[in-house]
Design a protein around this ligand. Structure first.
Ligand SMILES: *[C@@H]1O[C@H](CO)[C@@H](O)[C@H](O)[C@H]1NC(C)=O
Ligand SMILES: *[C@@H]1O[C@H](CO)[C@@H](O)[C@H](O)[C@H]1NC(C)=O
Ligand SMILES: *[C@@H]1O[C@H](CO)[C@@H](O)[C@H](O)[C@H]1NC(C)=O
Ligand SMILES: *[C@@H]1O[C@H](CO)[C@@H](O)[C@H](O)[C@H]1NC(C)=O
Ligand SMILES: *[C@@H]1O[C@H](CO)[C@@H](O)[C@H](O)[C@H]1NC(C)=O
Ligand SMILES: *[C@@H]1O[C@H](CO)[C@@H](O)[C@H](O)[C@H]1NC(C)=O
Ligand SMILES: *[C@@H]1O[C@H](CO)[C@@H](O)[C@H](O)[C@H]1NC(C)=O
Ligand SMILES: *[C@@H]1O[C@H](CO)[C@@H](O)[C@H](O)[C@H]1NC(C)=O
Ligand SMILES: *[C@@H]1O[C@H](CO)[C@@H](O)[C@H](O)[C@H]1NC(C)=O
Ligand SMILES: *[C@@H]1O[C@H](CO)[C@@H](O)[C@H](O)[C@H]1NC(C)=O
Length: 403
């Protein structure tokens, strides 16, 4: 193998006179030409990083003997690259980092299965991935931002720490085999018709989902932190298997078409229960088993009915308010705050009808003022401005934290 590599290195020198030869064991291998890529392809494995330089050419292909890169594979701020490919590469130990490559239309890695992390940003001409089936099945984190991709087929990871899919304007379908995620799933500001389906997801630490047209997670049984859904376009969402939101909030804010929200097995919310400014949601009666809320309950909307038949323990404030008449519901809910209910609500209690401003307050706090409002639900707070955390700047910070 050594002699083959040495010959490759000599060939490289011969082909690009004056260029520095590539060695398979270099700590950083810089690809400055298509010929360098050919040399790289003749290594069986490389332990270090591979960097594709600006000006390396329009087509970089390192298909050949190379199956594994131990470090990162990086290409940034490259306006000339059109095609990046390898049909032999199976794993990247570090980050697969592609950023600001605005002409690249082909990303072809048909053998790639395992990546330390995927971090792709500003690949504005990339319309599809040419990956194998099932494609990448192992990765720690995945960030895909500002691409022209219409699907993420080829990324089929089952277990992740983080996933952030944002500003992919053409993305319409995202269906993945993901079964658990240990930190945060963030889906925001993608195509206006994005359908998200996570059929195998069993538990997730936190998720913030915005601007999606449908959302389905039929197997989801537990959320360890918070779940937040802001400014989505779906009419109906159900969590048929969800029993427990362990430490954070269950929050639906400003989803203008939402008319049916159900979590029939949900018994406990560790943080706040926030349903606000979903103006089409008239009946809030899909939480038949909800017993315990560790934070505040804030239900503000255009309700005609609110029914929480099993609720018997609220640590924070309880606010229910509607633009419409919910007097019948209030008559039942009032029992929770009376002594007969054994002080089921520890914070202040209010239930009001005919409140023209009921949809104006989208905060996660109790709005009745004073009292022992428990608004610190132990999770992250971003109810009113999810979009601010998903700026590309913060994304860059997140990305570098993973590298
Ligand atoms: C993106 O890359 C181009 C070169 O192709 C460069 O001129 C530009 O400054 C880069 N943009 C950013 C935001 O880094
Ligand atoms: C997470 O999902 C993976 C893949 O399905 C599975 O092997 C692993 O056991 C799961 N971990 C936990 C803690 O549930
Ligand atoms: C989340 O909750 C599930 C179900 O209780 C548990 O199996 C999993 O280990 C928890 N994950 C984290 C990161 O706490
Ligand atoms: C719902 O949860 C139960 C028990 O946790 C599990 O056996 C069942 O397969 C789940 N259903 C779906 C559709 O995932
Ligand atoms: C996600 O949820 C966990 C609880 O499982 C929590 O400890 C953690 O701080 C949360 N992460 C973020 C970024 O909110
Ligand atoms: C609301 O959604 C649930 C679960 O999908 C469904 O069973 C129920 O019939 C729906 N209710 C209405 C009024 O559409
Ligand atoms: C709400 O307004 C309607 C129509 O004005 C009125 O009939 C009803 O009594 C009001 N309800 C409450 C609780 O004030
Ligand atoms: C509440 O929102 C309505 C409709 O957007 C608006 O007309 C009204 O002025 C708002 N009220 C307050 C107190 O901001
Ligand atoms: C309520 O939701 C509507 C529609 O999504 C939005 O335009 C409005 O700004 C929201 N109101 C507040 C107070 O956030
Ligand atoms: C997308 O969601 C954010 C909240 O997370 C909201 O501010 C923004 O207006 C939404 N965009 C569209 C086009 O609905």
């Amino acid at each position: 193998m050594h002699s083959k590599q040495a010959i490759s290195a000599m060939v490289a020198v011969g082909m690009a006179t004056g260029a520095v030869a590539i060695g398979c064991s270099d700590a950083t291998i810089t690809i400055s030409s298509p010929a360098d890529a050919t040399t790289l392809a003749s290594c069986d494995t490389v332990k270090g990083d591979v960097v594709i330089a600006t000006g390396a050419g329009s087509t970089i292909d390192f298909s050949g003997d190379l199956t594994s890169i131990g470090g990162d594979l990086t290409c940034q701020h490259n306006g000339g690259l059109i095609q990046l490919s390898s049909t032999s590469l199976e794993s990247i130990g570090g980050a697969f980092h592609l950023e600001n490559i605005t002409m690249m239309s082909t990303l072809k890695f048909t053998a790639l299965e395992s990546v330390g992390s995927i971090s792709w940003q500003s690949l504005t001409a990339l319309g599809e991935l040419t990956f194998g089936t099932p494609g990448v099945t192992k990765a720690e984190s995945v960030v895909i931002a500002d691409t022209f991709l219409s699907s993420l087929d080829g990324i089929n990871v089952r277990s992740l720490t983080d996933m952030n899919i944002n500003n992919n304007r053409r993305l319409t379908d995202f269906s993945t085999q993901l079964s658990n995620l240990t930190n945060v799933l963030n889906i925001n500001a993608n195509g206006l018709n994005l359908k998200v389906d996570l059929p195998n997801l069993e538990w997730i630490a936190n998720m913030t989902i915005s601007n999606v047209t449908s959302f389905s997670a039929q197997s989801l049984a537990a959320v360890n932190g918070s779940m937040r859904f802001d400014s989505n376009y779906f009419e109906s969402v159900s969590f048929p298997n969800l029993t427990d939101v362990q430490t954070g909030d269950f929050s639906f804010v400003s989803n203008p078409k939402l008319a049916n929200l159900t979590a029939p097995l949900l018994t406990k919310i560790g943080g706040g229960f926030i349903i606000a400014n979903n103006t089409a949601l008239e009946e809030l009666n899909g939480f038949a088993k909800l017993e315990t809320v560790g934070g505040a309950v804030a239900l503000r909307g255009s309700f005609s009915e609110i029914s929480l038949p099993a609720l018997d323990d609220v640590k924070g404030t309880f606010t229910a308010t509607s633009t419409g008449d919910i007097q019948d519901s209030c008559d039942v809910l009032d029992e929770l705050s009376s002594d007969g209910g054994n002080g089921d609500i520890q914070g202040t209690y209010a239930c009001t009808s005919n409140n023209t401003n009921a949809n104006n307050d989208t905060s996660s706090t109790g709005s009745t003022g004073g009292g022992t409002s428990n608004t610190d639900s132990g999770a992250f707070h971003l109810s009113s401005s999810i979009s601010t955390i998903v700026t590309l700047a913060s994304l860059a910070a997140m990305v570098s934290a993973f590298l």
